[in-house]
Design a protein around this ligand. Structure first.
Ligand code: UDP
Length: 565
């Protein structure tokens, strides 16, 4: 098995089975067998079970595909909870709120991440009838979940990740937008504002919009949309939060509107989910789907990619049945939608192999070509499964008759891309040489091998070059010894202008029924207007949300973002 040293370290730390004394008792081969056997056991025929167990094993062991972390950690083990993403409802009463706190703790114990909309909670200061007192408002209850998350720490394997969402027309919106400006507060949450079409229209026209108390529907105030928009952009410019969640865009793509309206996403935004809905993810490693053409030029191996998509959909659909949940509501909804999230990793490496710059029209075209191909193959597979087993039980006749309500997503792949030793999700490389934050502040060094190979082959490698790249923010752009073609091909996140980041996210979103996890990187000198420009473009291009990060604006991220040397 071709695992890098860094991959082995990650596996040892988090995924390989350990005995009670904490000694590792499983090797990577046994780990992949454990997962493959557990997932294939969802099939009722024994011949199919055996066949698929072998196929799944090879699929993972070759690093062509990896499922999300909870599947790697829990498949074939007592916890048996296999999904990374959850959304839990937050009702406007004490019993409902604390039921959700409990469900959150149980999900975090299994390595899942949870998203919440706090939009149904009555605003701060509203009357509480049973006590005659005053409600403490959404932000105070976020703090309760935050404290409980601190106490759980996901059994030492993974820190509990949460997403908190509030509608832009909630009366407490200004407090919410500021709730993370003090970086010591609600540290276990990412936050996003649910942005409505009405609000965006008011921004364009420089108009006002209504604030509505959710518990009685009363209009309790009005705000100037541009002031709120500026405030969000200013805070995101200052420290990366809040993000935006385009809630009406998301609901236009809802295949089960009589069940629910979407109100929230999972922690990294790639899954917009109904209440108690979950999603198990898996990502195809695109770097492993390249071959040499007859003329010796590298090209996408479409045949192999088609086979991988088929197998990945079978795998993830089997995960739906193999999954075990800590509370019954989750199990019921999981069976109702049979939602899966097939995505990619290694996209930036694929482009480099094909010698295509990330920030180019050709780069966007390749994204669309790859993703539309994956979508077509995935839909075909899910439709074929529906012919045998029926469509997902919550099917309302909207869209094609598939086995799964949703098929596609792009996850951050923060950990699994390290196991596969490739670039994460659809993101560009962070640097040509960099350090990655794993857990407890451990830093692992990564060097882009492909760059060194090309530089040696093309004759521009020198001993001093690596050091110059580190000094140049991990980038080779602007270094005179690197030929222009290769400066373009070896693009890093900071080299790429914000508008290209947004356009790339939108190019993928076109073919994806769930959403895309992506960070829009901005240079340190970017302005608040640059942030607003990215917001407007992403809304216009049909993205379901946007997260920006201005270089150097924050030192500690909630999730596993790369850190610079
Ligand atoms: N997630 C989480 N805790 C973490 C990292 C991720 O709960 O520390 C959840 C979160 O919902 C995120 C999803 O897992 O959106 C997928 O993240 P990623 O692809 O980085 O996970 P991996 O499978 O690579 O560990």
């Amino acid at each position: 098995m071709n695992l890098s040293d860094n991959a082995l370290k990650v596996l040892e730390k988090r995924y390989l089975g350990k005995d009670e004394a904490g000694v590792v008792r499983e090797n990577p081969e046994q780990m992949f067998r454990r997962i493959a056997d557990a997932i294939a056991s969802s099939n009722s025929q024994s011949s199919e079970r055996e066949f698929l167990a072998e196929e799944y094993y090879r699929f993972m062991a070759s690093l062509d595909f990896l499922p999300n972390s909870p599947t790697i950690m829990n498949a074939g083990r007592p916890l048996g909870q296999l999904s990374a993403c959850f959304v839990l409802p937050v009702g406007d009463s004490m019993p409902e709120i604390f039921d959700t706190v409990k469900a959150t703790a149980l999900i975090h114990q299994t390595g899942g991440g949870t998203g919440f909309s706090f939009s149904r909670l009555r605003p701060k200061g509203a009357v509480v009838r049973s006590t005659g007192g005053q409600a403490s408002g959404p932000v105070s209850f976020m703090k309760v979940i935050n404290a409980s998350t601190d106490a759980i720490k996901q059994g030492g394997t993974r820190r509990g990740a949460n997403m908190g969402i509030l509608r832009v027309d909630h009366p407490d919106i200004l407090e919410f937008i500021d709730c993370k400006m003090d970086l010591t507060q609600v540290t276990n949450f990412n936050i996003s504002v649910a942005i409505t079409d009405v609000f965006m229209q008011a921004v364009k026209e420089d108009g006002e919009y209504d604030l509505i108390a959710p518990h009685n529907g009363e209009v309790v105030g009005r705000l100037r949309a541009r002031e709120v928009f500026d405030k969000i952009a200013h805070n995101a410019w200052a420290n990366g939060e809040p993000g935006l969640f385009f809630i009406d865009t998301a609901n236009r793509a809802n295949p089960t509107p009589s069940r629910w309206t979407y109100e929230a996403t999972n922690p990294c935004g790639e899954q917009v989910l109904g209440p108690y809905e979950s999603c198990n993810l898996g990502s195809i490693n695109l770097e492993r789907h390249v071959r040499s053409s007859a003329t010796g030029k590298p090209e996408v191996d479409w045949e192999r990619l088609g086979r991988s998509v088929y197998l990945a959909v079978r795998f993830l659909d089997n995960v739906v049945d193999a999954n075990r949940f800590p509370i019954p509501e989750l199990a019921a909804v999981n069976q109702g939608t049979r939602r899966i999230g097939l995505g990619i990793m290694g996209f930036a490496r694929l482009l480099m192999r094909l010698e295509i710059p990330y920030d180019s029209e050709e780069g966007l075209e390749m994204a669309e070509k790859v993703m539309s191909f994956i979508r077509d193959e995935a839909e075909r597979t899910s439709q074929d499964l529906a012919k045998v087993h029926g469509p997902f039980p919550y099917y309302e006749g909207i869209g094609t008759r598939k086995r799964n309500s949703h098929l596609l997503t792009i996850a951050p792949t923060g950990t699994i891309s390290m196991i596969a030793d490739t670039s994460s999700g659809c993101e560009p490389e962070f640097s040509i040489i960099w350090y990655k934050n794993v857990m407890d502040g451990t830093h692992l060094p990564y060097t882009l091998e492909m760059f060194e190979i090309v530089a040696r082959r093309e004759g521009f490698w020198s001993d001093g070059l690596a050091e110059k790249i580190v000094q140049n923010h991990g980038s080779c752009r602007g270094l005179s010894e690197v030929p222009e073609k290769w400066q373009k091909v070896f693009a890093t996140a900071h080299d790429i202008a914000p508008r290209w980041h947004v356009r790339m996210q939108a190019a993928f979103q076109k073919y994806i029924d769930a959403a895309v996890s992506k960070t829009i990187n901005l240079p340190q000198e970017a302005t608040v207007e640059d942030v607003e420009d990215a917001y407007l473009l992403s809304f216009e291009l049909g993205c379901k949300g946007i997260t920006v990060y201005r270089d150097g604006s924050r030192h500690n991220q909630v999730l596993n973002l790369g850190t610079n040397a």
